[in-house]
Ligand binder design. Sequence first.
Ligand SMILES: C[S@@+](CC[C@H](N)C(=O)[O-])C[C@H]1O[C@@H](n2cnc3c(N)ncnc32)[C@H](O)[C@@H]1O
Length: 191
Amino acid sequence: MHEYDLIAEWYASKRVDETGVPEATVLASSIPRGSFVLDIGCGNGIPITRALLSAGHRIIGLDSSSAMLAQYRQNCPEAFAVRGTVECCPFADGAFDAAVAWGVMFHLNPEDALRAIANVSRALKRAAPFLFTSGDVDGFDGKEGTMNGVTFQYFSYSVHNYRRILGDHRFTLVDVHADSGNNTYYLAKKN
Ligand SMILES: C[S@@+](CC[C@H](N)C(=O)[O-])C[C@H]1O[C@@H](n2cnc3c(N)ncnc32)[C@H](O)[C@@H]1O
């Protein structure tokens, strides 16, 4: 998705809140310090990668936007930055101790979302947590929305379907909750 290349500066000026940090911090404290964590759709690294680094972990940021990654490299020089998509997830099997995906799964159409979950499962170690945000009802048609004049598409599965799909890919869904901004958080654990 290259739409984020068009809004990278605008996004940085708006994403000044701490949304997602409490959930990322809980995940960070559930794994040993120094763990390898994949931040999927890492954007410019603020605030999620920054929070994970502060917890003492080693972070690999994956994002499809070169403009977002240029900012990421400046904001989080201690992290590794990789340009690519989660549906092609260019990492070795069992490479990571945890994965986080804040604000990216809902941009994937239903087929790509399945590929993404399969790839994340493959790239995680056994018992590793995977935290992601999405919607909570089925939406397969790519509802359109705009950010700074650029059109984006949004998709989701329902909680019921995410639970089933995660189960099909060696995950157990252990928590679902929403924050005050209507982001639904899914915390899954690889079996
Ligand atoms: C809403 S932003 C979230 C950025 C960051 N996680 C945050 O907390 O602000 C979504 C990010 O996902 C990236 N992205 C979109 N589709 C992607 C895909 N298929 N694979 C990897 N990254 C993707 C975008 O380039 C963008 O940086």
